[in-house]
Every structure is written in structure tokens, then in C-alpha cells.
Write a protein that binds this ligand. Structure first.
Ligand SMILES: *[C@@H]1O[C@H](CO)[C@@H](O)[C@H](O)[C@H]1NC(C)=O
Ligand SMILES: *[C@@H]1O[C@H](CO)[C@@H](O)[C@H](O)[C@H]1NC(C)=O
Ligand SMILES: *[C@@H]1O[C@H](CO)[C@@H](O)[C@H](O)[C@H]1NC(C)=O
Length: 797
């Protein structure tokens, strides 16, 4: 029922008409009718004839007609019956719009006489319209954060009906959050507002579709609805939430760079930028740890950035955050625990602490020589270490404390065999595969004086030619000591045995190099051997020594000429032999006896006739020295013959002496004398011949002895002195350089000895000779000359 713009003009005309009627109808009655709107065509409203009190005939006669102000004819009069009836559609809402009272005013005009009667028909409202909303949907947007109590005005529903038929109630569809607030003025609803009763959460429900119903008060009531579409605007009211409170990752320490450790993920319930997340480490994560791991801000992937080392740190705790892009931004937190798994990447390490740089070779088995510490930075089995010496050495490793070992000897060492040990030690862990380390430690064995000096032989034989040069070295003894340094410094000396007391006078030894020197010139004819005991002693503490025997053997030199003993010739003159003329061929005239102080070939003598008065008459046995006649003696032969016999030894060069024998041939020598000579070989006559020889020899000897005594006495008087004891002339003298005086020990029966300054100790440096002539000896006058030394071999007669 649109409001037509001509309505105002219509109203104005009606007003004018009513004014006109009022003027005409002064003092006349008003007809009033009341009908509901929308009555059917022809419906009776009333009877004008009856109401006006005029007859029906008069109506038609007087041309009764109805005049309405707006010219629209809703009613007509049946002139036959006087009934006023509905002649058109009477829509109260169209005619009166929203005014609460609606009257159709019209004039009943009668002519002859012109009479005008004002009438009106009140149109009563019926509920013929439903409330309706201007739009069929109301769209609202609101922030999810608005507080309960907030109101949103709603457009009212329209209902052209009036009064009770107008809208008197709004209803909203059932929901948790929204209600209605109705404003009423003068019993009529003016506005309705949407009221937030309970706070909103976009994340729970982002849109609401509600239905608003407007209901009028008619009977039956009519209603109209509209949709309310509410969409909530996001507010950054949700923190990002990680899908794990703690992320736990396990990672081998040798993980390659770039390996994925874990991926973190957070969710933000908000929308749009409020839900755009960026991942990062929280500031409290140390810089060093950030260098080890990288975190992709977009994907949340945590990767290895630098090489990890279990031994440095075996777990990491990373605080991570997700920040949304809202304003202000909200942060969500989480933690990442990274456990680093050990990998056997460290070989054991060996540290050797040597107790002493040298182990004495006599150290008892079990002596600790070194301490070893073994460490492995790995963990668990990867760090469990075993230690071992791989070679067959006299050392073993014993575990002492945790990962500490001691190296001990297993037997006695011998520096002379192995002075330095290089002991390899291998340590390996129990990882798979195991890692091992080896280290070689050096142990030096220090020397102990456990070796005696050793001579290469236990006895040596040295041959020394007599008449050697005094002071010359004759031999060098060398002993060897395998020990070290002073334990091997050897000094040589003579060991003084009782029977060796002469040795120091004859020999000396260089204590450093063992060279033996002969101090004097030896005389083979005097001494043939010496026995020297040489001791080699090292300088250890205590010293060790050993000795060797050196037999010095003096070799003979042909330094003695043969000495003719018989027949003895007076000094200056020849020996005289007598032989009978009757001597037959082969007659033994005499036998030349000679001695040679030398020995061996040097004393092998041979005899040779070098001169003879008649060389045909005598011959000398080359070896026997026997002078025999080669033929019978003739009368013609001279009675005095002389022979010169040369005695030569076999030395190189040989020495010789000669003797001259004078032979007298006697014509009347008795057979008695000559007989035995013939049978010289007959033992029965031996005594006589012997006697004869002794007499001959004795007489020449006496002569010789007397000469010597005389000479000796003379010599003694000059040098030292001669003492006469018990018929022995004793002469003591010493080498010329000696300044000592000598005296004869007075004790009778003692071996002859000389004492110096009253002391009776023998003087090895001296030579003592006693010349004893015993007058009591009736059998023979015995001459002996000997060096006074009981140990020395006696000189040959
Ligand atoms: C209101 O919401 C309903 C359901 O979602 C939809 O079909 C309708 O088109 C919406 N109306 C408007 C004007 O957005
Ligand atoms: C010890 O280590 C060296 C290298 O360092 C190696 O050549 C040798 O073979 C190892 N010895 C043993 C017994 O393992
Ligand atoms: C021993 O030492 C002496 C003195 O130094 C020397 O004359 C001699 O030649 C040395 N002997 C040896 C065998 O070296």
C-alpha cells in the first residue's frame, strides 16, 4: 500500500468539502456508520431512508446521491430500498494509512429541496497484514572481542495494521550468545536491538545465522522473519601452540652437517596474519648452541649446522618459540631436547709416567717401572679400555686403579743382554669397531756390578828369552768385564801368594792395561819359570775380581861356553896325562869331561881335536870326548905329545873352549896300572879307575879352588866382608847399587841367611852366595857355589 503523492491533495480536498458541508448542514443530524474494512461488494452498511426518516420514494424522487470528498466512491445507495452498501474495496491501510482512526466522510444530497446530510463510515481495522522486514537478511560484522552487553540496532519490521494488529513482539532464534532488547514507547515497539549476552570466540564459532521473527498482536497473529548473518572478526587472541611440549631428538655425534634433528610445529587458532607463524630460538639459548643448530623460521626444521661432539656435550636443551604476525604478536614456547649419542670416535689416550728413568738390573721381579694412565673420551663401551704389551718382554701390565696401570718386571733383567727396552703398550676400547692406540715407552736398565772381570784363559804361558832387556814389556793380559762404567773399569795387579814373593822384584804390571814388564834380565841357568798370579778387579762397589795364572817360561840362550871339567889343567898350563908305551891301539888315554850351563842343544857338546903333535896317534870321540890311541905306540914316537881338544856346544852360534893335554909316554909303566886301563869298560876295575880319576880331578880341583877362594876372599874384603863360621867362609854381598850392610845370622844350623840392619827378613833383591870350605870333610873337599834362594833351581854345577 504505497503512499501515493496525491494523498495529501486528496486530503486537502476532503477537508474543503467537509467545511462546505458543515456550512450547509447547520443544525442537521449526522449519520454515523461503522464497518470493518475489506467488506465484500454489496455488503450492507445501513439504511439511509430509515436513518433519515424519509420514505424510499422520496429518495429516488429527490435524486438522493452520495458525494465523497475525494471523489472516490466506496459506497452506494440503493434508491429502491435506501440501503447503503459497499460498492468498492475498502482497504483501511490504503485509505487511512497508519492513522489509528479511519472515517469515510460523504454527503447525502437530496434535491427538491436541496438538502444535505453529512455522514461518515468508520472503517475498522482488521489484521490483514503480516509484519515484514525491509531486507530479508541482516548482515553484521563484529570483533570477537566485544564485551557482553554490547548492542546492535536492528531494522524494525513493518506492519501496516494498526493497534493491536501492529507488531508487538520480536523473537530471535535460540542461540547461546545473542538476545534482543526491545524499546517500547506508548505501548508500541519502537526499535529492537541485538544484545550480546555471552562473550564470543571466533575460534569456536566464527559465524552465526540467526532468525529474527516479528509477530503482530492480531488474532490470529501474523509474523515475518529475517535472517541475521553475523560474522566475527578475528582478534589475535590465540597464542601459537606447539604440537609437543617437549621435542626429544636423538642424534649420533657424527651426524653430517645439514642432518635433520627434528621438526617443530606450532598451530595458531587465529586467522590470517594472526596465524602466520615464524619459528626461532628463544634468546636464552646460548650463542654457541645456536651455532651448532639451525632453525628454519618457516618450516621449523632444526638441522645440524656444526659438527657435534658427544665428548664436549652430550645433550642440548633448546628453547624454541613460534611468533605470530598479529599486532601485537603472541608467542608460543616449547623445548627441544637433543640427546647426542656417542659414537666410538675417540681412540684411547695413553700417558706414561715413568717412575725412574733407569731400572737396576737386579730389581726384584714385580718391581714397578712405570705407571700408565689410559683415558678414552668416549662413553660406555666405547670408552672401556684394555691395555696390553704385545711383545714377549719381561714386563707385564697390571691394572691398578680405574684406568691406571702399572708396568712391572716379571723376572730379573740383565743389562748386559738388553740395556734398553722399548716396550710397546696397546690400548683399545670396546667400541665397534674398536679403536686402539699404541705407545712405546723406553726403559733403560742401569748397571749393577754383577759380572766379574774375566780373562780369556785361566792360565797363560809366556816365553821369555833369557838375557832380555830389563824394563821391556813381555806380555799384556786383558780381562773383560761386560758391566758398565766403573763396574767395568779393570785394574790389574799381582796377587801375592807366599811362593810368589819374588815376583814383584822381577815383574811389574801396568794396572790400567795389564801390560807385564820384566824388571830384570833373566838367567835361564838361574831360574827357568815363574808363576805369576794376576788379578783383575773392577771398580764396582763392592768390587769383583778374578785371577789368572801366568807361567813365565824363560827360554835358554846359548850364553854359556862349555867348561872343561877334566882333565883339569892348572891355570895357564895344560893337563898332564901319562900313558904307557905298551898301550895298544884303542887305548883310552883320558876322557874329556865338559859341562855347559845351557840346556838342550846349547848344552849338546861335541869334541874335536884341533891340534896334535902327531895327529895319527890319537883321536877324540866326537860325542864321548874319549881320547884313544889309534895305533900302537912305536919306539919312534915322541914321548911327550900335546893335544888341543876343542869342545863345542850346538847352540846358534855355538860357543867353544879348548883344553891342552900333555901326554907323556912312559916305557916302564907296570901292567898293573895299564891293565885296568885296557879293561876300562870292565866294572871290576871301575873303583880303581875312579879313584885314579878322583885323585887327578881332586888335585886339579884343589888347585882351582884355592885360586877361587883366594880371589873371592880378595873380592869380599873389598866389597862386603867375609865371615868364618864353622869352617865356612861366608861372603855376603849384594848388587853394587845397594847401600845396605849385611851380616851373617849367628844362629847355627839355620840355612844361611843375610840380614840387613839386624833384621832377618830375606832380601830378594840381593844375591847371596856362600862359599863353604869344609875342612872336616875328609872324603872330599867340596866346593859349592849357589845363589841363596831355596825356591830357585840350583845352578848347574
Ligand atoms: C546469510 O547466511 C546464509 C547462510 O550462510 C546465506 O545463505 C545467505 O546468503 C547470507 N545472506 C547474506 C546477505 O549474506
Ligand atoms: C703402533 O702405531 C703405529 C702408528 O702410530 C703403527 O704403525 C704400528 O703398527 C702400531 N703398532 C702396533 C703393534 O699396533
Ligand atoms: C799400557 O800402558 C803403557 C803406559 O801408558 C804403554 O806404554 C803401553 O804401551 C800400554 N800397553 C798396551 C798394550 O797398550
Amino acid at each position: 500500500m504505497a503512499k501515493s503523492p496525491s494523498n495529501n491533495a486528496l486530503r486537502f480536498m476532503m477537508l474543503v468539502f467537509i467545511l462546505l458541508v458543515s456550512i450547509l448542514d447547520q443544525g442537521q443530524g449526522l449519520l454515523h456508520y461503522s464497518i470493518p474494512e475489506e467488506m465484500e461488494y454489496g455488503s450492507t452498511v445501513g439504511n439511509i431512508a430509515e436513518n433519515l426518516g424519509i420514505s424510499v420514494r422520496e429518495l429516488s424522487a429527490r435524486k438522493c446521491r452520495l458525494v465523497s470528498a475525494d471523489g472516490r466512491q466506496y459506497l452506494e445507495v440503493n434508491l429502491e430500498t435506501g440501503v447503503l452498501f459497499v460498492s468498492g474495496r475498502i482497504d483501511r491501510e490504503q485509505i487511512c494509512a497508519e492513522s489509528t482512526s479511519c472515517n469515510l466522510a460523504f454527503q447525502i444530497i437530496l434535491e427538491n429541496p436541496l438538502e444535505m446530510y453529512s455522514s461518515e463510515v468508520e472503517i475498522l481495522d482488521i489484521n490483514d497484514n503480516s509484519p515484514s522486514f525491509p531486507e530479508n537478511a541482516i548482515v553484521l560484522e563484529m570483533a570477537e572481542s566485544i564485551a557482553p552487553g554490547s548492542r546492535f540496532p536492528l531494522e524494525s519490521a513493518l506492519d501496516p495494521d494498526v493497534g493491536t494488529n501492529a507488531v508487538n513482539k520480536y523473537i530471535i532464534s535460540t542461540n547461546e550468545h545473542f538476545g534482543l532488547e526491545i524499546h517500547v514507547r506508548k505501548g508500541a515497539i519502537t526499535t529492537a536491538e541485538l544484545l550480546l549476552e555471552k562473550s564470543l570466540d571466533r575460534e569456536q564459532q566464527a559465524t552465526f545465522q540467526l532468525v529474527l521473527t516479528a509477530v503482530d498482536g492480531g488474532n490470529p497473529p501474523r509474523s515475518g522473519t529475517t535472517q541475521i548473518n553475523i560474522s566475527l572478526l578475528d582478534i589475535n587472541d590465540n597464542a601459537p601452540v606447539f604440537d609437543n611440549e617437549v621435542y626429544i631428538a636423538r642424534l649420533e655425534e657424527n651426524a653430517p652437517l645439514g642432518a635433520l634433528v627434528t621438526k617443530i610445529k606450532a598451530v595458531d587458532l587465529d586467522q590470517g596474519t594472526n596465524a602466520e607463524l615464524k619459528y626461532s630460538f628463544v634468546n636464552v639459548v646460548p650463542r654457541k648452541v645456536r651455532e651448532l643448530f639451525s632453525l628454519d623460521p618457516e618450516t621449523g626444521e632444526i638441522k645440524v649446522q656444526e659438527q657435534l661432539d658427544f665428548e664436549d656435550k652430550n645433550s642440548y636443551e633448546l628453547d624454541v618459540q613460534a611468533v605470530d604476525n598479529g599486532l601485537p604478536a603472541i608467542t608460543g614456547l616449547s623445548k627441544v631436547l637433543i640427546n647426542v649419542i656417542d659414537v666410538n670416535d675417540n681412540a684411547p689416550e695413553i700417558t706414561v709416567t715413568s717412575l725412574s728413568d733407569k731400572v737396576p738390573e737386579d730389581a726384584a721381579p714385580g718391581t714397578v717401572v712405570a705407571l700408565i694412565g689410559v683415558t678414552d673420551r668416549d662413553f660406555g663401551a666405547n670408552g672401556q679400555v684394555q691395555c696390553h704389551i704385545p711383545l714377549e718382554l719381561p714386563f707385564e701390565i697390571q691394572s691398578s686403579l680405574n684406568n691406571h696401570y702399572k708396568v712391572t718386571t716379571t723376572r730379573l733383567l740383565d743389562r748386559e743382554t738388553t740395556p734398553i727396552y722399548n716396550i710397546p703398550v696397546i690400548a683399545w676400547d670396546s667400541g665397534t669397531p674398536p679403536l686402539s692406540t699404541n705407545k712405546t715407552m723406553q726403559i733403560s736398565v742401569s748397571d749393577v756390578n754383577d759380572n766379574t772381570p774375566r780373562f780369556s784363559q785361566s792360565s797363560y804361558a809366556i816365553y821369555v828369552m833369557e838375557n832380555n832387556a830389563p824394563g821391556a814389556s813381555i806380555f799384556t793380559l786383558t780381562a773383560f768385564d761386560p758391566d758398565l762404567d766403573q763396574n767395568s773399569y779393570i785394574s790389574y795387579s799381582f796377587r801375592r801368594n807366599l811362593q810368589d814373593y819374588l815376583v814383584p822384584s822381577y815383574f811389574s804390571i801396568n794396572s790400567i792395561n795389564g801390560t807385564i814388564y820384566a824388571l830384570s834380565s833373566f838367567d835361564y841357568e838361574n831360574v827357568k819359570t815363574f808363576q805369576i798370579h794376576v788379578q783383575a778387579r773392577d771398580a764396582g762397589v763392592p768390587p769383583l775380581s778374578s785371577s789368572a795364572t801366568v807361567n813365565v817360561i824363560i827360554l835358554d840362550q846359548n850364553d854359556n861356553a862349555p867348561v872343561i871339567v877334566s882333565p883339569s889343567a892348572q891355570s895357564g898350563s895344560a893337563a898332564v896325562e901319562i900313558l904307557p908305551q905298551s898301550a895298544a891301539q884303542g887305548y883310552l888315554v883320558t876322557k874329556i869331561m865338559a859341562t855347559d850351563a845351557d840346556s838342550g842343544q846349547n848344552a849338546r857338546l861335541s869334541y874335536q881335536m884341533v891340534q896334535a903333535t902327531d895327529p895319527t896317534l890319537f883321536s877324540v870321540g866326537r860325542n864321548s870326548g874319549e881320547i884313544r890311541t889309534t895305533r900302537n905306540i912305536l919306539e919312534l914316537d915322541e914321548t911327550s905329545q900335546s893335544l888341543v881338544v876343542l869342545v863345542r856346544d850346538n847352540g846358534q852360534p855355538s860357543l867353544s873352549s879348548t883344553t891342552t893335554i900333555l901326554l907323556s909316554i912312559l916305557g916302564n909303566v907296570s901292567e898293573k896300572i895299564s891293565e885296568p886301563r885296557d879293561s876300562y869298560s870292565n866294572p871290576g876295575y871301575f873303583t880303581d879307575i875312579n879313584l885314579y880319576l878322583i885323585v887327578t880331578f881332586g888335585s886339579t880341583s884343589v888347585l882351582f879352588l884355592l885360586t877361587i877362594i883366594f880371589l873371592v876372599a880378595l873380592k869380599c874384603k873389598q866389597d862386603v866382608g867375609v865371615i868364618q863360621v864353622d869352617g865356612c867362609t861366608v861372603c855376603c854381598f849384594r848388587p853394587r847399587d845397594s847401600k845396605e850392610a849385611f851380616a851373617r845370622s849367628p844362629t847355627r844350623g839355620d840355612p844361611l841367611s843375610c840380614s840387613a840392619s839386624g833384621q832377618t827378613a830375606p832380601f830378594p833383591e840381593s844375591y847371596h852366595y856362600s862359599v863353604c870350605l869344609s875342612p872336616e870333610s875328609s872324603k872330599s873337599e867340596f866346593l859349592f857355589l849357589k845363589p841363596y834362594n831355596p825356591s830357585l833351581t840350583q845352578a848347574q854345577r
